[in-house]
Design a binder for this molecule. Structure first.
Ligand code: SF4
Length: 610
């Protein structure tokens, strides 16, 4: 453990109950960095076109990066990589907390789980001792119950646990993996997007518990100390970081509302009259109990909150984060912070991705209000926008696949295809993954970012909002392709290290820390080229699965003019979107159908054929 990597991969086959430890290919580590990039390479090598995401052969991989577990700002991060049951393509779901560093301390860069156990099981990883244990008593439990039961069993309140709730067991297509619990002093986390929880459930795997005693260290110790010390200094002195600490991600609710970018009423509007009630400022005043942090992070943007009045009094939770306030909040016209907090706790405890859940609920409410789905379809519920009771009940029904919850558990794309009657026009997704909390008619680069994101609609691959707010013409195609492409490449590299979105330092710090940790000597250009290589590899994965230009699309809803607020009248046209997409493909060196050209692949050292 002297170069940021442990050099070891832990492989567990749940069908044959076999455990083996293999060597990390250091050439791959150099080319693909770690985290997202290394995960993409492993997924490429270990699946083939048409692999069933919920079949035993689909690997579920916990992948750390060269900075995971070292002393550097936000170095607690890692990702879960698998083929997504929601989209049918590559998925990397990123997570903070303490699980990644613990996996490193146990001696592994990557943990790959394949196969399917006949009975519910969990994994106990204690350094070199890896056991597949019976989980029949854990099956059916919530994520917190699972973590606490395992901590009690092993007498260790610091045992790190990645577990699924009923949603993962029931193969809800957007089930997530929850890490640890909100009932602890530090931050937990979620591998939220893309249905990694369903992949885990399909393996009859309830949880993975990890405990390690090693100590990851960098290749060039003094140099690493110096460059990570500089990154800590920049973080401490940054002007915006105190706001992040005080309000967390919800700091963006009020500005997004003021700029006309806050999804409201299933993206029918982009301003919400009750935004202030669910804002970071109101949260801070009414429910936040304390700030919590991931491993080695000085930003401490996490919130532990408790509802202090009303029907949900006593509800304790981590968050809610911006995305849940936007999707479970304004997108469902839910201006009651206590109700949104209750729903946020439920999605974490039952193991659902809150972004997808908020979209599915918004779509279901619109279907109900338009008479496409009726009270009878909803087993007597009347899910109108802003109505608390049916909203809370539907979250539980989805996780348990009860009644209409069975349809909604398939995600908004499949549910709309089944229901028909024009409801696909307002099913907000790309490639099956539901839209995050930034309205593209207020920030058009986000439309391109969602359409071209490697894992389906995702705000983290290229968040163009801040840059677009500073542009002369906010609703225009101009310059968006460059902005999206450059951000995607830069983020692909950062998500491979793995670093958090919220650090205030730039590429130079990332490269300095990467080199000092690994002993490599990459230039900034080579590092960014790795990001481009990783992005193209993920694209080739999608191409191998049959995705192309037709899938890089925006929902019909975005072609309707927004009715009010500062972005009133904004609507995409096919011409505007095609212009952005053509420019983007050209910049990427892809053909007009969105397929990377051979020359581009060669230039990036990705010389393989389909
Ligand atoms: S900034 Fe927030 S999410 Fe990122 S590592 Fe720190 S505490 Fe975790």
């Amino acid at each position: 453990m002297a170069n940021g990597f442990t050099g070891k991969i832990l492989e567990i086959d749940l069908t044959d109950k076999e455990v083996k430890i293999t060597d990390l290919d250091m050439e791959d580590a150099k080319k693909f960095i770690g985290g997202k990039g290394l995960g993409a390479k492993l997924l490429w090598d270990r699946t083939e076109a048409g692999t069933d995401p919920l079949g035993p052969e689909n690997p579920l991989m916990f992948v750390t990066g060269p900075l995971t577990g070292l002393t550097a700002p936000t170095s607690g991060r890692y990702c879960v990589v698998t083929k997504s049951p929601l989209t049918g393509t590559f998925n990397d779901s990123h997570c903070g907390g303490f699980f990644g560093p613990e996996l490193k301390k146990a001696g592994y860069d990557v943990m790959i789980i394949t196969g399917r156990s006949e009975e519910p099981c969990y994994l106990m990883v204690e350094d070199g001792d890896v056991r597949i244990e019976d989980a029949s008593e854990l099956w059916g439990k919530t994520t917190t119950e699972t973590t606490l039961a395992l901590r009690e069993k092993y007498g260790d309140d610091k045992l790190r646990v990645a577990g699924i709730g009923p949603a993962g067991e029931n193969l809800v297509k957007y089930a997530m993996i929850n890490i640890d619990t909100h009932l602890q002093k530090e931050r937990g986390g979620q591998a939220g997007r893309g249905g990694a929880g369903a992949v885990m459930g399909s393996k009859n795997l309830k949880a993975v518990a990890v405990k390690g005693t090693g100590k990851p260290s960098p290749a060039r110790v003094d140099e690493f100390k110096e460059v990570s010390g500089e990154a800590y200094r920049i973080t401490r002195e940054d002007d915006f970081v105190p706001n992040r600490t005080k309000y967390g991600t919800p700091i963006w609710i009020n500005p997004m509302n003021e700029y006309g970018i806050l999804p409201t009423q299933n993206f029918q509007r982009a301003t919400f009259e009750d935004a202030e009630n669910i804002s970071g400022e109101t949260m801070e005043e009414e429910i936040v109990e304390k700030d919590v942090s991931c491993f080695a992070c000085p930003i401490r943007c996490g919130k532990h909150s408790v509802v202090t009045e009303g029907e949900y009094e006593g509800t304790r939770l981590e968050g809610p984060e911006y995305e849940l306030l936007a999707l479970l909040g304004s997108n469902c016209c839910m201006g009651d912070l206590n109700a949104v907090s209750k729903a946020s706790l439920l999605v974490d405890e039952l193991g659902l991705d809150g972004i997808s859940t908020g979209n599915v609920l918004g779509w279901a409410m619109e279907c109900f209000e338009k008479g496409i789905l009726t009270e009878e379809d909803f087993d007597g519920l009347e899910p109108r926008f802003g109505e608390v009771k049916p909203y809370i009940k539907l979250v539980e029904m989805i996780a348990n696949r009860e009644g209409i919850g069975d349809l909604l558990a398939e995600g908004v794309m499949r549910a709309a295809e089944k229901v028909g009657e024009g409801s696909s026009d307002f099913a907000m997704h790309c490639k099956g993954m539901e839209y995050p909390g930034y309205e593209p008619r207020g920030s058009p680069g986000m439309g391109l970012a969602y359409a071209t994101s490697d894992r389906g609609a995702c705000h983290q691959r290229a968040w163009t909002v801040r840059a677009e707010l500073e542009m002369d013409e906010r609703f225009s195609a101009e310059g968006r392709a460059e902005l999206v492409k450059e951000t995607q490449d830069e983020r692909a590299a950062a998500y491979s290290l793995v670093m958090c979105d919220f650090v205030p330092f730039g590429v130079d710090s990332f490269v300095d820390m990467f080199n000092a940790a690994t002993g490599f000597d990459l230039s900034e250009e080579e590092y960014l080229r790795s990001g481009e290589r990783i992005w193209n590899l993920a694209r080739m994965y999608a191409v191998r699965e049959g995705f192309d230009r037709k899938d890089d699309s925006i929902p019909e809803r975005l072609k309707e003019p927004l009715p009010d607020g500062p972005t009133a009248g904004n609507a995409f046209t096919d011409e505007m979107f095609d212009e952005m997409l053509d420019q983007y493909y050209e910049l990427r060196g892809w053909d007009e159908n969105g397929v990377p050209k051979e020359s581009k692949l060669k230039e990036l050292g990705l010389e393989f054929s389909l």
